[in-house]
Design a protein around this ligand. Sequence first.
Ligand code: COI
Length: 354
Amino acid sequence: MQVTVTQSQTRKPKPDETNLGFGTIFTDHMFNMDYSVEKGWHNPRIEPYGPMALDPSTMVLHYGQAVFEGLKAYRMDQGGIQLFRPLDNFKRLNRSSKMLCIAGHDAAFALDALKQLLTLEKDWVPSQPGTSLYIRPTIVATDPYLGVRASFTYRFFIILSPVGAYYPEGFNPIKIMVSKDHVRAVRGGVGEAKTPGNYAASLLAGDKAHDEGYTQVLWLDGVEQKYVEEVGSMNIFFVIDDEIITPMLSGSILAGITRNSVIQLAEHWGMNVTERKISIDEVMQAQASGKLTEIFGSGTAAVVSPVGELKYGDQVIPIGDGSVGPVAQRLFDAIQDIQYGKIEDPMGWIEPVI
Ligand code: COI
């Protein structure tokens, strides 16, 4: 399939790169492609970025049949642009699609289309330290129909947004609150799919956490509310007695690509990394006995994000000495250095664009 290109007649002014924030500015063009049962995926095209006209009965608006991804394009010092493990994102999009009964796509083709879009939008990839072009591939159900079933038609689109740090704190430690009243997902559900409903379901608990001065919610398992799962916008890691522990993939946790990169890098450095169940009680006890030295999250948007304080019920515990711990710092530096092409990529994760 050939991607047709219709260029925008106008170009938006580029934003101030020193003050980008996250997810508010969009580039001049986007990628679109349609699916029908008869034609499969067809009409791949790059077009001017703009609103989509949808019939009010469009299925995604009613039943949330949709999946998405998040990845970034990085500007190197020498000017080139590169991606970090992009095929893994499109493969995960396919796994999410399967869980939501959405038609699968050709991941290699999607990556090729993304590269064409990025080549056209290359001037939108910012160059200030810590900035990047966030990429949001999304697939939504488009049948105009109010019955509950899988749609027969879909729209696949990719939009681009120049971004800075995801959290207002930047790389400074964030405060997270363990949710006791709400659960995010249960095994057998769609917790490991990147689907909008998981994020909608997290909003109420997120608002409560914000009201108490916490940036994010740490979710416990949906059955016993005992084992740590993830933060919602990040996977989570604990450093206890020099062991790096992250909750094993249980079916209700997102299989983060940055999570996997953290595990692989730490193992590559000879660190002791374990994927296993970890209860919130174990975390609290490890802190009480002085063995818990670091907590940090990992995610595309957040990269590696240290946690400085944890609230669980009435207990508020500081993590480490409140500054960024050495493990989080080393991982953050190494992942960023690979992403921005500042060091040799020892893992084969980099995909050059231009
Ligand atoms: C990401 O890390 O890319 C995410 O999708 C998390 C969040 C911004 C929804």
